[in-house]
Design a protein around this ligand. Structure first.
Ligand code: PEP
Ligand code: MG
Length: 392
């Protein structure tokens, strides 16, 4: 065992030009392992709390580093347990979920390196996950609205979900549709329609909630992949002023006209019953996913299960704050029989941990934004790397 000798931290920029935190875990042999954490914009009220980057840096260097000195980096569960009790608050507001997660991920990288295995394999072992039959499907956000763009679209993310057996084929299909969509919106709405939002999707004004799906269908036809994609929507409805009844009616239209396959946060973060009514109404076809509803928190996920609110779930490690808790959330979701989708955040760094996490945990899907902007392509490229070079 090579123990942890010190942990340093520094403020770095995320993709919106906001400060976030990077932790650097050094082992006693001098090897150093970095990790930086993303930040959301449409943040659920029940997520773990971030603190300012300056405060996170102090927490890591003054409180976490001395406590973890001498610990075995391979013992992820024990280290995350120490981090949780060192913080001692229900939403990690003392040290900050950002400070804690940056350390937790950097420790996972150190553990994997010591064991001389890829990070995804280390995470698979920690979670005791079985090897899945297929790699995660890609949930590609090709049109940005809501809080992620300054346009007329009230829903946050219009998703293309390629149907393919490999990551590389999914990326080929997703990128072809994305590029064709750029051509289509430019032709329809002028050159400025190519401008992109926070997650790299196009962000023009559309006349109604369904027009983005019309555009995606046209683009998929032009690219020759109509039969190779499913459609999804992250409504992020906690940020929308609309009645449950009117939203339900819009979703029914999307389901009827476009065969909507996946629907995330169709209602606000406390609307358990509205979720349940839709999940029951559409149980067989459309996957109804919780994000702000469940916030990768097992207590909230238990409530969702009890109330039959969802049959799919978003897993975001920074909603809960440690690798071990995120792994537990995946295990819970799998046991519940839900579709599991690991996700980035809208404010990202180039850290590609989420790709290893999704792969290692055997998630059904991974949501990474569009194949544009370096902080998004970093994750797609990591998935390619895992599939091409590490799986063999
Ligand atoms: C989301 O809501 O799924 C999302 C990725 O957005 P944010 O990171 O802004 O919460
Ligand atoms: Mg969401």
């Amino acid at each position: 065992m090579i123990p942890i000798s010190k942990i340093k931290a520094r403020a770095i920029l995320d993709s919106r030009g906001e400060w976030t935190i990077e932790a650097l875990v050094t082992l006693s042999d001098g090897s150093t392992f970095p990790a930086s954490v993303p930040q959301g914009k449409s943040i659920g009220s029940y997520e773990a709390h971030n603190v300012s980057a300056a405060r996170a840096r102090r927490a890591i260097e003054r409180i976490i580093s001395p406590r973890l000195k001498g610990e075995n980096p391979c013992n992820q569960k024990a280290i995350d347990g120490i981090l949780i009790s060192l913080d001692g608050t229900p939403q990690k507001s003392r040290l900050g979920a950002n400070a804690i997660l940056a350390v937790s991920i950097a420790v996972a990288r150190a553990g994997a390196a010591y064991l001389d295995i890829p990070l995804w394999k280390h995470l698979r072992t920690i979670g005791r996950f079985r090897t899945p039959h297929a790699p995660p499907r890609l949930y590609i956000n090709v049109i940005n609205g809501g809080l992620h763009a300054g346009n007329s679209i009230r829903f946050q993310e219009y998703l293309v979900i390629p149907r393919a057996k490999t990551i590389v084929r999914s990326i080929e299909i997703g990128c072809a549709v994305y590029r064709a969509l750029g051509d289509y919106v430019e032709k329809q709405k002028g050159a400025s329609a190519r401008n992109i939002g926070d997650e790299g999707g196009y962000a023009p004004n559309f006349t109604d909630d369904l027009e983005p799906f019309r555009a995606i269908r046209a683009a998929a036809r032009a690219a020759g992949f109509s039969q190779k994609i499913d459609l999804g929507l992250d409504a992020a409805a906690s940020n929308i002023e609309a009645s449950e009844k009117s939203l339900h009616a819009v979703y029914r239209k999307m389901i009827g006209k476009y065969g909507l396959w996946y629907l995330e946060d169709p209602f606000g973060e406390n609307e358990w019953e509205a979720f349940a009514a839709l999940a029951k109404d559409q149980r067989v076809k459309t996957r109804i996913a919780g994000d702000d509803l469940t916030v990768t928190n097992i207590k909230r996920m238990m409530e969702a299960k009890l109330k039959n609110s969802i049959n799919a779930v978003i897993i975001k490690p920074n909603q809960i704050g440690t690798v071990t808790e995120a792994i537990r959330a995946v295990r819970f979701a799998k046991k519940a029989g839900w579709l599991v989708v690991a996700s980035h955040r809208s404010g990202e760094t180039n850290d590609d941990f989420i790709a290893d996490f999704a792969y290692g945990a055997g998630a059904d899907g991974i949501k990474l934004g569009a194949p544009a902007r370096g902080e998004r392509t970093a994750k797609y490229n990591r998935l390619l790397e895992i599939e091409r070079f590490e799986k063999k």
